[in-house]
Design a protein around this ligand. Structure first.
Ligand SMILES: NC(=O)c1ccc[n+]([C@@H]2O[C@H](COP(=O)([O-])OP(=O)(O)OC[C@H]3O[C@@H](n4cnc5c(N)ncnc54)[C@H](O)[C@@H]3O)[C@@H](O)[C@H]2O)c1
Length: 358
C-alpha cells in the first residue's frame, strides 16, 4: 500500500525528498513553500500540486504523511501542526532547536497517535547498513571508540542566510552535520547513554572580512547583508556511561584538499576495527585470524550513495506508515541526539566539559 505524501519546504532538501519519494514509488502529491515559484518548479517534475498555504495543505484529507523540510526553527512547530492535523511526519534533522521542543513533538505525536520519524538519512546509506551487519555478527567485538568526521572544503550552506543565523538555525556546523555524526555513532553502538561532551568550535570562514566569504560556497549565492553568528568547525569528545568514547570532527569549510583526511566513521573494537565513508563504495575491516593480521575490503553495489539513501529512507517511512510500525529513527532518538548537541554547545560556551542531561 502506498502513502499519499506532501512535502513542506521545496528548497534544497525538499527537492531531494521529492525525487526520493518518487524513486520509492510514492511520488509527492503536493509541494508547499512560501515561495510560490519554488514550489511550482519543485512540483513540476512529479506532476504534483504546488501550494503556498500550509494550513490549507494540512487540512486536506487526501494526504497521509508530510515531510518537514524547513529551516531548523520551524521543525518542531511544523511537526506539531502536522501531527495535530492527523498526518504522519518525516521530520528533517535536527529534530528541533532544543530538547524542550523535542518533548513538544513527542507529546504531539502521542496525542495524535501518528508516526514521527526523524530524518537520520545516513542510517540508510549502503556502507552504514553493511557496517551494521558486521557489527551485529560480532566481527568487531566490543566497540570501545568511535571516530566520525565530515569535512567540507567550501560547504557553508547558504552563507548569510538562515543556516548561518543562529536565531533560525540554532547553531552552525554542530547542529547541521552534528546530528548525523552523533546519531550514527550511537546507532552503530547500541545507543549507549552519553554522559558528557567536550567541544571546541571555530568560526573562520564566515567572518565579514574573510576573503573566502564569497567564493564557491554551497546552496546559492551568499547574502552579503546577512548574518554569520554560528560556528563553522568543531572538534568534539563524548564520553558514554559504558566506557565508549566518541570523537567527532566537522567542518563546513577548510583549506584542506578534499580526501586528505578520512571522512566517515571509524569503529575500534576489541576484535576488529572498521572504517567507511558514508557515501563511499566499500568498508575496510581489520582483524586478526589464526594469529595473522587480516584486512577485508567489503564493497557495496556501485551507484549507492546519497540519492539511494534518501530513497531507502522513504521506502522505510512509507512502510512504517502503512504498517503502523514505530520507526527506528524515532523521536526519542532525535531527542537524545538533541541532548548531546545541547551539551556540545554548553561546552563550547563554558570552555569546559558539559554534562548531557538525561
Ligand atoms: N538529511 C540531510 O542530509 C539534510 C541535508 C540538507 C538539509 N537538511 C535539513 O533540511 C532542512 C532544510 O534545508 P534546505 O537545505 O532544504 O534549506 P533551504 O533553505 O534550501 O529550503 C528551505 C525552504 O523552506 C521554505 N520555507 C521557509 N519557511 C517556510 C514556511 N513557513 N512555510 C513553507 N515554506 C517555508 C523556504 O522558502 C525554502 O524554500 C534543514 O533543517 C536542514 O538541516 C538535511
Amino acid at each position: 500500500m502506498s502513502i499519499r505524501l506532501g512535502i513542506i519546504g521545496a528548497g534544497g532538501i525538499g527537492q531531494v525528498h521529492a525525487q526520493a519519494a518518487s524513486d520509492a514509488g510514492h511520488p509527492a502529491k503536493v509541494l508547499c513553500d512560501l515561495d510560490q515559484a519554488r514550489a511550482e518548479e519543485a512540483a513540476k517534475p512529479w506532476g504534483a500540486e504546488a501550494m503556498t498555504d500550509v494550513d490549507a495543505m494540512l487540512a486536506r484529507d487526501d494526504l497521509d504523511a508530510i515531510v518537514v523540510a524547513l529551516p531548523n526553527c520551524l521543525h518542531a512547530p511544523m511537526a506539531c501542526r502536522a501531527l495535530e492535523a492527523g498526518k504522519h511526519v518525516l521530520l528533517e534533522k535536527p529534530m528541533a532547536m532544543n530538547v524542550a521542543e523535542c518533548q513538544d513533538v513527542i507529546k504531539a505525536r502521542d496525542a495524535a497517535d501518528r508516526l514521527l520519524q526523524v530524518g537520520f538519512v545516513c542510517r540508510f546509506a549502503a556502507p552504514v547498513q553493511a557496517a551494521q551487519q558486521f557489527i551485529d555478527s560480532g566481527r568487531l567485538g566490543r566497540i570501545y571508540h568511535v571516530r566520525a568526521a565530515m569535512y567540507r572544503r567550501r560547504g557553508i550552506p547558504g552563507l548569510g542566510r538562515w543556516f548561518t543565523t543562529r536565531e533560525q538555525s540554532g547553531g552552525g556546523v554542530m547542529i547541521d552535520l552534528g546530528p548525523h555524526l552523533v546519531d550514527l555513532a550511537l546507532h552503530l553502538t547500541g545507543r549507549p547513554q552519553v554522559v558528557s561532551a567536550n567541544a571546541v568550535a571555530t568560526s573562520i570562514f564566515g567572518s565579514p572580512l574573510y576573503e573566502y566569504r564569497f567564493t564557491n560556497m554551497w546552496a546559492g549565492p551568499p547574502n552579503p547583508d546577512g548574518k554569520f553568528d554560528v560556528e563553522d568547525g568543531a572538534s568534539v569528545q563524548l564520553r558514554c556511561a559504558d566506557g565508549l568514547s566518541i570523537s567527532l570532527e566537522m567542518a563546513w569549510a577548510s583549506h584542506l584538499p578534499d580526501g586528505t583526511l578520512p571522512d566517515g566513521v571509524t569503529l575500534f573494537g576489541e576484535k576488529g576495527a572498521m572504517h567507511f565513508d558514508m557515501w563511499g563504495d566499500h568498508l575496510m575491516i581489520g582483524t586478526e585470524m589464526d594469529g595473522e593480521l587480516v584486512d577485508v575490503k567489503h564493497t557495496v553495489p556501485e551507484g549507492e550513495g546519497w540519492g539511494t539513501a534518501f530513497q531507502r529512507e522513504h521506502e522505510n517511512f512509507a512502510s512504517n506508515c502503512t504498517s503502523s510500525t514505530a520507526p527506528t529513527a524515532s523521536a526519542e532518538n532525535g531527542r537524545d541526539v538533541q541532548s548531546v548537541l545541547t551539551a556540545m554547545y554548553a561546552s563550547v560556551d563554558s570552555g569546559s566539559t558539559a554534562l548531557v542531561a538525561d
